[in-house]
Ligand binder design. Structure first.
Ligand code: NAP
Length: 283
């Protein structure tokens, strides 16, 4: 548990969620939920992510299967593997670890996954449901994990200015869609900033809650943060042998009221939400 009361402990919140999932799964009669990972090639970061996610599955009682395919696999062959998993009765969730090799069109692969098994929540049908505020879809794990983290720490979002830096389809855009839902756990005034945003520091300084997902190590400095803001750092940047976030942590913690560390902030929540989405897909 982090000693500093300003630090949001994503590991502790994720661990509580995993315990609840484990209890629910232990009470199931019959088969356990099943999650299939498709891992392509030998990218070390991708292998590490799949290992961590698989370990999460083992902890809560989800049966996981890793399909490790060659870097040279053709799009047709990959689509055939997905077809097979779509129709497999023991598989409730399918996760294709990105990035994919150049010969594969990522959009085509995401769209080939049965939306009911799309535990990453990236399928256009699930993204559409999210935008419309329907609750029966699967929501992308990192944005969902951030909402859960804000709720666990009782951080008020209703009526607050939230600035998200980064407009990716997996973090920024779905997170913006969640935070502007007409719900007590959202209802925020959302600004989505990106590399074309003018006067970024002026924009980020408006934020009661600042969420950074740029992939640029330490680039959000104290001068860009309002006094007392809540700062959620999604960035995971590998430098030498360590992981650091997008936020210059040592200086920003002095201004923030609450802040997530990297590692140990958003990352563990992403994995917990993958497990939660798998149980939802099973149910
Ligand atoms: P991405 O697809 O590379 O998108 C980055 C976004 O940041 C883009 O919208 C880009 O703007 C914007 N951006 C880049 N540099 C900027 C700058 N200097 N000023 C303003 N905006 C800037 O990234 P992603 O996949 O969302 O990932 C972002 C970071 O989060 C990465 O470090 C990634 O590893 C991490 N991540 C962490 C988790 C987790 O579980 N903690 C999950 C997913 C991702 P343009 O659109 O204009 O190019």
């Amino acid at each position: 548990m982090p000693q500093n009361k300003k630090i949001i402990d994503g590991r502790a919140v994720a661990s509580e969620i995993r315990l609840k999932l484990k209890d629910k799964i232990a009470q199931l009669s019959g088969r356990r939920p099943g999650l299939a990972f498709i891992l392509i090639g030998n990218d070390e970061a991708s292998k590490a992510y799949v290992r961590m996610k698989k370990k999460g599955c083992e902890e809560v009682g989800i049966t996981s299967h890793v399909l490790h395919l060659s870097e040279k696999i053709s799009e047709r062959e990959l689509l055939a593997e997905i077809d097979h998993l779509n129709s497999s009765e023991n598989i409730d969730g399918i996760l294709v670890q990105q990035p994919l090799p150049k010969q594969i069109h990522t959009d085509k692969i995401v769209e080939a996954i049965d939306p009911k098994k799309d535990v990453d929540g990236f399928h256009p049908l699930n993204i559409g449901k999210l935008l419309l505020g329907h609750t029966d879809g699967l929501v992308p794990c990192t944005p969902l994990g951030i909402i859960k983290l804000l709720r666990a720490y009782k951080i008020q979002t209703d009526g607050k200015e939230v600035v998200i830096v980064g407009r990716s389809n997996i973090v920024g855009k779905p997170l913006a869609a969640l935070l502007c839902q007409k719900q007590p756990w959202a209802n925020s005034t959302v600004t989505l900033a990106h590399s074309h945003t003018e006067n970024l520091a002026e924009v980020t300084k408006r934020a009661d809650i600042l969420i950074t997902a740029l992939g640029s190590p330490g680039s959000i400095t104290a001068g860009m943060v309002k006094d007392g803001a809540v700062v959620i750092d999604v960035g995971i940047n590998r430098t030498m042998n360590t992981l650091i976030g997008d936020v210059a942590f040592a200086e920003v913690i002095e201004k923030a009221s609450l802040i997530t560390p990297v590692p140990g902030g958003v990352g563990p929540m992403t994995i917990a939400m993958l497990l939660s989405n798998t149980l939802k897909a099973f149910s």
